[in-house]
Write a protein of this length. Structure first.
Length: 232
């Protein structure tokens, strides 16, 4: 028969193992929660960074309230010619995006065409991700129920132009007079410091950023920001 001392020792070992298991479970849960939160704002190569609601605005770079550098940025047309953003008479919406990103896709398919018909508004779509693939935008409702492109391959600037051309056709945007599409060369991508897709800025008639944020937006959310920027 085991002595009382041996029984006490066995209970201590069991108790210690139980504590270790509980601690491991709590640490795993915390790590998963942290990773989920970080994934909503950062942009790994093959994963959307968008959120269902726009997050806090960026604090550095041209996507900052009050900044005016977006209009002077060097961009490329889909034919490889150097150019700058098109400007709206009342407001300009700039969407730094990735063709493989489902949140970008939802906005470009279901939000951008309607926003581009708002009085005095221009929408500029700028591909800033050197990865190919085209996202499934999903249905208009519920929003953000599409999917990222699977394993988007790396592409050079010419590849970005070709993919964005196809994207504009598939999303019925190529003939929209209120929408312009561009590719950001490496120097502009470095200057813009985009860390989440999409990153959206609303500029007033003077070209200053009046609102900027990361994450997918619905029509009502973006329309509200535009109306504030243009004063109506």
């Amino acid at each position: 028969m085991a002595s009382s001392a041996e029984g006490a020792s066995g209970k201590q070992v069991t108790f210690g193992l139980t504590q270790l298991v509980i601690t491991a479970v709590l640490l795993a849960w915390a790590a998963a929660a942290t990773g989920f939160a970080a994934g909503r704002l950062t942009a790994p190569v093959a994963s959307s960074a968008g959120t269902r609601a726009a997050s806090a605005p960026q604090q550095t770079g041209p996507f900052t309230v009050g900044a005016r550098g977006l209009l002077g940025a060097s961009l490329l047309t889909l034919q490889g010619k150097s150019t700058h953003l098109a400007i709206g008479r009342k407001a300009t919406v700039v969407i730094a995006m990735a063709t493989w990103c489902l949140y970008c896709g939802y906005m470009d398919r279901w939000v951008v065409p309607k926003v581009a018909r708002m009085r005095g508004v221009r929408v500029d779509i700028v591909d800033v991700s050197p990865s190919g693939g085209i996202a499934d935008p999903g249905p208009p409702t519920p929003p953000f129920h599409g999917s990222d492109a699977t394993s988007p391959p790396p592409v050079d600037v010419a590849g970005m132009e070709a993919v964005l051309q196809q994207y504009m056709v598939e999303y019925d945007l190529s003939g929209d007079p209120g929408v312009s599409a561009y590719v950001a060369p490496q120097a502009t991508r470095a200057a813009w410091k985009v860390t989440g897709f999409p990153t959206v800025a609303v500029l007033n008639a003077q070209g200053a950023v009046v609102w900027a944020s990361q994450g997918g937006m619905t029509l009502s959310q973006l329309a509200q920001r535009i109306k504030s920027a243009r004063g109506s």
